[in-house]
Design a protein around this ligand. Sequence first.
Ligand code: NAD
Ligand code: UD1
Length: 340
Amino acid sequence: MKVLVTGGAGYIGTHTCVTLLGQGYEVVIVDNLSNSKPAAVERVRELSGKDVAFYQEDVGDEQALRDIFQKEKPQAVIHFAGYKAVGESVEQPLKYYENNVGITVALLKVMGQCGVKNIVFSSSATVYGDVENPPLREDAKLPHHANCPYGTTKLINEQMITDCAHADPAFNAVLLRYFNPVGAHESGRIGEDPAGTPNNLAPYIVQTVVGKRDKLHVFGNDYPTPDGTCIRDYIHVVDLAEGHAAALKLFEKGGCGLRVYNLGTGRGHSVMEVLKAFCEAAGQEIPYVIDGRRDGDLPESYADVSKAKRELGWEAKKTLQDMCVDSLRWQRQNPDGYGD
Ligand code: NAD
Ligand code: UD1
């Protein structure tokens, strides 16, 4: 099967491409490199030993996208492309609605024009908001909007894709709600390369280990959790990549319609537990300070993963220790990420 991967040069996209290529899928990457580097695509080629087609185009450019679909004739799409910085989305909401919603409209239109009926979409646990208590199940009632514009774009995308599936019984869509992806490929050749100061926990910790940051700022230790710090469901990015391969199998079987799955481990870890695991993996103390709470943070979030296990035959295998060791290897081998 040939798969067109939007945002395939990004963090989760590169890992997914390597996994798919290893399983014999053909991959076509479309990425405008707004948050990634050409070197990332080169490393996908290097790790897979395959010549991956790459188009540096904006997914919102319908004509360019149509030309690629007509030339490459993919049978399925995995749609990773989008912006993902929560704070920036609060400051510049239209930038997020334009890129994260607008390009999905363009993509779905072009898919329709070119007769491509299969899409996997990158959603997020953020769609659950704070309405339900964990473990979070796919059938939870979702809020009308999330706690930030970025999250709301995920809700809107899920709704648009759901509406397309209702409008066309031959349309197949798998919405994957990721929990907290961390880690890197065990080769140390691909990994997360955040621009500027990292917003997320694991990239901030690894940059502290290699001396790029002075210390970790722990956002609050007065939450109603055992050690007072927030709990999240951290999932290794390679496990997450395999979840996408499992989703594509539904298309191969034919006629899956609309499906929604959580991709997590089903287990939560607190910020202090994550920090301790990184200290063990690094073999050193990692300086930290307790700060105030960050706006919008929930005390606890973790997935119910039974549906993905039952229907996709997929479950996360890697441990928190694997995530720490692999993140550190990537950071140490590539202190400046993919470079300039
Ligand atoms: P990323 O920024 O590393 O990758 C996204 C890629 O999309 C980048 O390479 C960027 O250049 C590209 N892109 C952005 N806008 C584009 C456009 N208009 N046209 C073409 N390419 C475009 O992010 P990631 O962490 O790999 O996330 C991938 C997807 O998963 C995103 O949709 C994100 O919202 C979602 N997600 C990520 C997380 C996470 O913690 N990383 C959690 C939940 C959901
Ligand atoms: C955040 C976003 C979420 C998005 C996800 C992936 C918010 C409120 N949520 O999730 O919408 O889908 O990233 O991009 O921003 N922490 C620290 N110090 C740090 C960084 C984080 O203590 O420097 C803590 C946070 O308070 C949180 C935990 O670590 O308790 C995990 O944070 P993070 O990695 O940003 O993920 P989420 O907040 O779960």
